[in-house]
Design a protein around this ligand. Structure first.
Ligand code: UDP
Ligand code: MG
Length: 319
């Protein structure tokens, strides 16, 4: 019998976790002919997510809990889940039930038809702010136009991947991980299923604006060197404008009477050049920072052992 691993990253998801486990349990039990392994990664939660997860792993033999030593981030949590997964296919799903677990059955069906990656494309998103909808929409479009490999639009990490894809993903050593892009890069036979993304079941988003911006920048810089080329383009544009200014100032100096004026154009051009140079240095800096991070070669995450008192508490809860 084939096994499917389900990887669920959890960061302060105490409010939703029991429902999520129950939902995943009932969905997986309704799918015949497959075994399921549920892997929950507690990404340094400060609430009692870990304790609740421990209770579930005590109760159900096919539930595993991994805890990080601190909050390492969503992509790292997913990577840890992939690293320990043993299934013939792996499903990535959020803990907040925004991605409907019932779609797992459809994903498995597509997988059986011969697709190696089945990703969920959001055709509608409920319960998100206008700002998030708009920025997400534009982000995926800009990313796609910059990236050297096509990255599907409006697609998150909710997906099923065949073992061979997972093995290639695990073998990719990069530290700035933008998993949805890396899977596109890997290739194989990929397809999508469309779904309406519902609102969070409970709790609030664990992606505040700054985390989202960082994630977006990671995505773009990991999948494109075009921003570096942008500096060259800006350089050419500025040089062009500077040439015109030069001709203009020579003209003013030689052929007109008012050549002392020109303060404004000097100021504007200095400020403009300064701005362009700073932007270019900033872009360079972003790439250098990434090279620096990669060269440090630190592990992606650190797993801790759960405290004995917590395990005992979980035990007591089960009995
Ligand atoms: N998450 C995580 N670590 C983090 C942030 C988020 O493991 O640092 C998990 C979170 O628990 C959830 C998933 O990643 O299961 C997606 O996060 P969230 O639902 O908050 O993002 P949104 O859907 O708002 O983009
Ligand atoms: Mg969510």
């Amino acid at each position: 019998m084939k096994t499917v691993s389900i990887v669920v990253p959890c960061f302060n998801e105490s409010e939703v976790i029991d429902t999520t486990v129950a939902e995943l349990m009932s969905v997986t039990q309704s799918i015949d002919n497959y075994q399921f392994e549920l892997i929950f990664i507690n990404d340094g939660s400060s609430d009692d997510t870990e304790l609740k997860l421990l209770v579930h792993s005590q109760k159900h033999t096919n539930v595993r809990t991994i805890s990080f030593s601190r909050n390492f981030g969503h992509q790292q949590a997913v990577s840890a889940g992939l690293d320990v997964s043993t299934g013939d296919a792996v499903v990535l799903i959020d803990a907040d039930l925004q991605d409907p677990p019932r779609l797992i059955a459809d994903m498995i069906e597509k997988w059986q038809q011969g697709f190696d990656v089945v990703y969920g494309t959001r055709i509608n998103r409920e319960g998100e702010s206008k700002f998030k909808l708009l920025t997400a929409k534009w982000f995926y479009r800009i990313l796609n136009s910059l990236s050297e490999v096509p990255i599907p639009l409006d697609t998150g990490d909710f997906r099923l991947m065949d073992r061979q894809v997972v093995d290639h993903l695990i073998a990719m050593p990069e530290k700035s991980r933008f998993i949805r892009g890396m899977v596109s890069w890997i290739g194989f036979n990929q397809t999508s299923i469309c779904y309406e993304r519902s609102a969070r079941f409970a709790g609030e988003s664990k992606y505040p604006l700054m985390k989202m911006v960082k994630f977006g920048i990671d995505g773009i810089l990991s999948f494109s060197v075009k921003p570096l080329k942008l500096s060259i383009m800006m350089g050419f544009a500025c040089s062009g404008i500077a040439m015109l200014m030069l001709l203009y100032s020579v003209y003013i100096r030689l052929l007109t009477e008012h050549w002392v004026s020109g303060w404004t154009s000097i100021l504007v051009s200095i400020l403009f050049m300064g701005g362009v140079q700073l932007i270019s240095i900033g872009i360079l800096g972003e790439y250098v920072a990434r090279i620096y991070n990669e060269s440090k070669d630190r592990p992606l995450y650190i797993i801790k052992k759960s405290r004995e008192s917590d395990v005992a508490k979980a035990d007591a809860n089960v009995k």
